[in-house]
Design a protein around this ligand. Structure first.
Ligand SMILES: [Zn+2]
Length: 475
């Protein structure tokens, strides 16, 4: 087994996993993430990357050799997790990010949505290699490069100043075959932002992004915006958003003025009513709470012992410093405001859910996002959801079927159902009781290939060795 693992990790074996032919996993408890029920002591037949059957072990084991049968010993099977907001970024961090791809699988994450970065073109290559079975990693949906205004702070974005440039950039995204469109607001003006949403929708893309100060969430929703990235923007719905927006456009309010008004004037009843209106329009929101928590509690947390640091190069982690420096001059009052805002946001989670807004779980893991570790931070995010009062079932949905609904692939993947993609995770404990169960993984099936605990550990070890090697080379 050891040699097999090493060969497949260095790419010498085209088909990793437990040999050829069908695979049978038996003595397993299947978690139904649609209704929260549990099917006990089932067998799951897997072949050609799909779930071929679910049922009684005796019936399903007929054509499966002994070596291809895996006793799951009463473990719990869930669909593979979706991290709906990551950035594989940094033109100086290509091998660093590449080494982390198998780590996502080791953490039970079989799909990621990459929300654009300066490595957009490289991510497209990785996406295609993974889809062809040439590389081990999660299924990737990517925005490639994001739309922005001229001279934005972001590296490697597609900067536009008028509609002509907008169409040119959309042509470019078409030719890159991106999976959705991401738009942010650093220097992009509201009217062109709105035109971008409409034009991308007209080409059939799902459109995600930030909310500009010179637009309201309502205007974005009406233009066909698919998902709001970062739940902090939803706090605007607790205020008279239009008046604040008009103040920004008219020049009577600065952006920081507007920002402080969104929290100081926040009214829960107004927010709850506005959430309902937004929910009825079919909006998705990717809260990404973990980043805010890491920053809000930076002063009280010693990150030096964090387990995940063994997979991140010194160069990768050096990117964390800019936010730490930027926060160093915060007053105690500002620091308290940050904590208060985070707590206010937590309280919104069940209300957002009840309003019918679909929550898609995402970490915003990225080299530029301080202590928001790839893969692991999704599990942190899900535990924050639990603290905030979402039920384990709602949380599992946010990290499985809600992602499939976002991309309209719910008939192909996202549940443990015959005919669907065999992207699955085996857990020691029942996650319907407590989502902390996602931390103890027994095995992972990605694109129909089974990785047992030993192989997952070997993949993690490999990522660590790569980190050590890269650090050495760069000294
Ligand atoms: Zn992001």
């Amino acid at each position: 087994m050891k040699t097999t693992v090493l060969l497949l990790l260095i790419g010498l074996l085209p088909l990793p996993g437990f040999g050829q032919g069908d695979l049978l996993i038996y003595n397993v408890n299947i978690v139904n993430v649609t209704d929260g029920s549990l099917q006990k002591n089932r067998a799951v037949l897997i072949g050609e990357g799909k779930i071929k059957g679910i049922g009684d072990v005796k019936k399903l084991s007929r054509n499966v050799s002994k070596e291809q049968r895996i006793n799951a010993n009463g473990k719990y099977m869930i669909p593979g997790l979706w991290d709906m907001h990551v950035h594989l970024e940094g033109t100086q961090l290509v091998p660093d990010n590449e080494a982390l791809l198998p780590v996502f699988l080791a953490y039970g994450i079989t799909t990621v949505r990459d929300c654009a970065s300066d490595l957009g073109r490289q991510v497209l290559v990785w996406r295609d290699e993974i889809n062809k079975g040439q590389r081990i990693g999660p299924t990737i949906y990517t925005a490639g490069l994001k739309l922005e205004g001229k001279n934005s702070i972001w590296k490697g974005d597609l900067e536009i100043e008028n509609e002509k440039e907008l169409y040119q950039m959309l042509d470019k995204l078409d030719s890159m075959k991106v999976d959705f469109v991401k738009i942010t607001e650093n220097t992009l003006k509201g009217d062109l932002f709105l035109a971008s949403v409409k034009a991308a929708r007209a080409r059939g893309y799902r459109v995600s992004g930030h909310v500009p100060y010179d637009l309201t969430i309502d205007e974005l929703a009406a233009a066909g915006f698919t998902s709001i990235e970062h739940a902090t923007y939803l706090l605007r719905l607790g205020t008279d958003e239009k008046t604040i927006k008009d103040g920004v456009i008219g020049g009577t309010l600065t952006k920081p003025d507007a920002e402080s008004r969104y929290t100081s004037l926040f009214d829960q009843q107004t927010a709850t009513a506005n959430y309902k209106a937004l929910g009825s329009r079919g909006m998705f929101v990717c809260p990404t709470l973990i980043g805010g928590r890491q920053l809000a509690y930076l002063d009280q947390t010693d990150h030096r012992g964090d387990v995940f640091l063994q997979y991140l190069t010194k160069r990768y982690v050096s990117n964390y410093q800019w936010r730490i420096d930027r926060m160093a001059n915060e007053t105690p009052a500002q620091s308290q405001q940050r904590k208060d805002r985070y707590q206010l946001l937590l309280k919104q989670m069940p209300l957002i859910h009840q309003a019918g807004i679909t929550i898609i779980a995402g970490s915003d893991a990225a080299a530029l996002n301080t202590y928001v570790y790839p893969a692991e931070s999704l599990l942190d995010e899900l535990e924050i959801f639990q603290q905030a009062g979402l039920t384990p079932l709602q949380i599992l949905q946010s990290a499985t079927i809600n992602g499939t609904r976002y991309f309209g692939v719910e008939d192909k993947t996202g549940t443990v159902t015959t005919g669907k993609n065999a992207d699955l995770v085996l857990l020691d404990q029942n996650p319907l009781t407590d989502v902390k169960a996602l931390r103890a993984i027994y095995g992972v099936i990605a694109k129909g290939r089974y990785y047992d605990r030993q192989m997952l550990d070997a993949m993690l070890h490999q990522a660590h060795e790569k980190k050590v090697k890269l650090d050495e080379e760069r000294r």
